[in-house]
Design a protein around this ligand. Structure first.
Ligand SMILES: Cc1cc2nc3c(=O)[nH]c(=O)nc-3n(C[C@H](O)[C@H](O)[C@H](O)COP(=O)(O)O)c2cc1C
Length: 184
């Protein structure tokens, strides 16, 4: 590394971030999916709050604003093709579950479904919506956090070696790298 720097256009300057598949429903319960390049942990306990930033033009923005519920589904690396597909077609024009071969599972606390192909699903109720520049930040109180038993070790805790994620950085996708160290 040198001390030299060049000024660089700051689009999505912070990296990496986990990609998410966010589910929502319309008033009749028809589900939709949107791909996001980042999902945020905003409050880590009492209550746990996650954030999703969605542009006003998206159909998902309309659905989540009306129903005030969403589910954050975290895709493993092998779901990358579906991550791209759900991010290139609007639910105004397509049933993304049917079109892209994804399986809805009933949630326990909210109307939007979990995505079976994603081993971690976070049910959220909207606490607030804040306009942040070109996106609106939906703050979601976490009502339930579902984890596939396939990710659990013998002690019933998440086995970190089994975690997989679609990692987004500078408009490209990566897999999670190897475990370096465990903090706690
Ligand atoms: C990798 C990737 C990341 C994206 N990140 C966001 C995002 O953070 N916020 C957003 O509003 N749209 C994002 N999009 C675009 C939406 O996923 C896309 O416009 C989608 O078709 C909207 O679907 P909907 O109209 O059914 O809600 C992203 C798309 C891709 C492929």
């Amino acid at each position: 590394m040198t001390n030299e720097r060049v000024l660089y256009e700051p689009t999505r300057p912070v990296f990496p971030s986990p990609a998410g598949l966010i589910t929502s429903v319309d008033a009749e319960g028809r589900p939709n999916i949107i791909t996001l390049g980042e999902v945020f942990n905003l409050s880590i306990s009492d209550p746990v709050i996650v954030g999703v930033a969605i542009a006003p033009a998206r159909y998902s923005h309309e659905l989540i604003s009306a129903q005030r519920e969403f589910v954050v589904n975290l895709p493993p690396a092998d779901l990358l093709e579906r991550v791209l597909q759900c991010g290139q077609v609007s639910g105004r024009k397509a049933d993304k579950f049917a079109e892209f071969g994804l399986t809805p599972l009933p949630a326990t606390h909210v109307s939007p479904p979990l995505i079976a192909e994603c081993p971690i699903n976070i049910e959220c109720r909207v606490l607030s919506v804040q306009t942040i520049g070109d996106h609106d930040l939906f703050q979601g109180e976490v009502l339930a956090h579902h984890v596939s038993p396939k990710l659990l070790g013998e002690d019933g805790r998440i086995d970190r070696e089994r975690l997989s994620a679609v990692v987004f950085a500078h408009w490209a996708f990566y897999e999670m790298g190897p475990l370096m160290s465990v903090w706690r």
